[in-house]
Structures are given as C-alpha cells and as structure tokens.
Ligand binder design. Structure first.
Ligand SMILES: [Zn+2]
Length: 317
C-alpha cells in the first residue's frame, strides 16, 4: 500500500522519472537477498531497477559470494571483517562498501532521455547554448537523484547520491570543454556536499518540508525533494565555476587538466558557500511549490532553474 502510494507520488502522472531502489545490507546469504529482492520488485512495480548494495558490510561480501569466483563456499570471520574462499583461495578483508559501482552504472543507464540526447547539442560553441544544455542536464541529474533519494533508507542517501553528483560534475565539465582531473572532480563534489549538509537546516529546508503533503509516506518523498534540490543547486554552482574556468581559457591547452588548486583559486570555499545559499534561497519557493504536486517534470524543473539563472529558454539554439 505504502509502496503503491509512494510510487504514485514520485512518478506523477505526466512524467517518467526513473526510480531506482537501493537494497542495502546485501551482505547476507544470497538466497535471502534474492527473496527480499523478489518481494521488493513485487511491491514496487514502479521501480525502474533494484540495486543490491552493502553500504557498511558487517557480515561478508555482497550476497556472501566470493568476489573473485562467485563461489558460495567461503569462510567468513565477522570479527576480523574478512573472508577466505575455499574454491579459489581468494582471501581478503571486507571492502568499505559493495555495489556502488553497479549503482552508478544503473543510474547512468536510467538518466532521463533528455540527458542522453543532449550530447550532440553540446557540440555548439555558443556559450548561451552551452548554458541551456547544462541546465537541461543538471535537471536530469537532479531528478535522478530524487529517484535515488526516494529509496527508503534516508541515512544511505548522501552516500548513494555521491556517484550521481560526481557524474554530473564530469558531464558539466564535458559540456564546457573543461578537462577536470578526477581528483578535481571529487574535490568539487566533496566540498559542495559539505556545504550543502552544513547549510541545509538554515536554508529553507523547513519551508520545503512544510509544503509537501502526505508526510506520512513521506520521509521518502521528502528525501526525494531534498536530494533533487541539493543536486540541482550543486549543479548550478558547478556550472558557474566551470564557466569561469572556461572564461580564463584554462581549457585551451588540451593536455592540462584543471586541479583542485586551480578550482580553489578561481572560486574560494567562502564564495562557493555564499553562491550555494544564494541559489538555494532563490529556488526554494519554486521548488517547494513544484514538489508539493509530486515529482516535477524535467521541463518544469528546467523552467525553475533557468529562471533562477535569468536564462530565456524560449530562445533555444
Ligand atoms: Zn573464490
């Protein structure tokens, strides 16, 4: 019942936001995990995918199968947090987490079509054109983040959003023709996550929450709204930063990747923070109204973001 209601709220009538269910604690016996997954799929037919994850494995590797050969014949020491395979002799400690790479793959596979189709549009050199493409993609990522945020495990949300936001930063860099070193990408997502977590309580999060009806289902729907909004604002800040990098022609030499130090020089942490809260403040009333009616469409979100940026979407390239 709850699952059905939640599905309705999240997918809405008019749009098809893919909802990805994250099944945590899959460091259990594979038959058990398979049974749980079967039930989740039955209850949540609206879920685009179900991904098995162990965010903080305590009982073994994913599905308690050897990572190397897939054999179920493993000896696990939960005390030492390691296991040994009796089949292939693989012997290793538990990883910090399992299944996140798969989650990234699945996420990227389900990105709204709008993101996938904008690659050709990104070839245009016109900066205003680039901005429009960037905003369209940011909204696609933001909606995807909302789908993940809706998985009923709030504590896990920040962790699983990280790959989506990283993918967004890299995507934006591609659009603006900026070559980011992977450490610069990670640094950027890390610093913006930190800013958003530190500031969320102060910036109208309460307003956002109050405007969402049916809060009973809704730790989850709320989480979706927050995940989307934070990802959206993170995208806009990144876009501003990358645009500035581009303006300084740092991307002219193809060999030189932009480093975290370059980024810090171009936009200080203080400026990132104030830009973040500025965008958040500007967008919150609109976003709250949008999410009050269920998951918004990509177009609606795009309209809100463009308005906050003062970009005229009717003049499409
Ligand atoms: Zn093995």
């Amino acid at each position: 019942m709850v699952a059905e209601q939640l599905g309705k709220i999240l997918t809405g009538a008019t749009n098809k936001v893919p909802i990805i269910m994250v099944l945590n604690k899959c460091d259990a016996n594979q038959d058990f995990v398979a049974e749980v997954e079967r039930q989740v799929k039955e209850d949540c037919i609206w879920a685009a995918s179900v991904v098995r994850v162990a965010a903080d494995p305590k009982h073994g590797p994913l599905n308690q199968l050897c990572e190397k050969c897939g054999s179920p014949d493993i000896s696990i020491s939960t005390y030492r947090r390691r296991y040994a395979c009796n089949e292939c002799r693989h012997d290793d400690s538990f990883k910090k987490s399992y299944g996140l790479d798969e989650l990234v793959k699945v996420t990227v596979g389900h990105l709204p079509g709008v993101v996938a189709t904008s690659f050709s549009a990104a070839q245009k050199v016109w900066l205003e054109g680039l901005d429009q493409v960037a905003i369209r993609d940011i909204c696609g990522f933001a909606l995807t983040a909302g789908g993940i945020g809706a998985a009923p495990i709030p504590a896990l949300t920040r962790l699983v959003l990280y790959p989506v936001q990283y993918a967004m930063v890299i995507r934006l860099a591609t659009i603006y023709g900026v070559i980011l070193s992977s450490s610069a990408g990670l640094h950027l997502v890390g610093s913006l996550s930190f800013i958003s977590l530190a500031g969320l309580s102060g910036w109208g999060l309460a307003t956002l929450l109050k405007c969402i009806p049916g809060l009973s289902v809704a730790g989850m729907a709320t989480d979706a709204a927050v995940s989307s909004s934070v990802t959206l604002v993170m995208g806009l800040v990144t876009k501003t930063l990358l645009r500035r990098v581009r303006g300084r022609a740092m991307c002219n030499s193809d060999e030189l990747a932009v480093t975290p130090e370059d980024l810090a020089e171009i936009m200080s942490n203080e400026e990132r923070t104030s830009l973040f809260s500025e965008y958040f403040g500007r967008l919150t009333p609109t976003l709250a109204a949008l999410f009050a009616e269920g998951a918004p469409s990509c177009e609606a979100l795009e309209g809100a973001a463009a308005a906050a940026e003062g970009i005229d979407l009717t003049r499409r390239p």
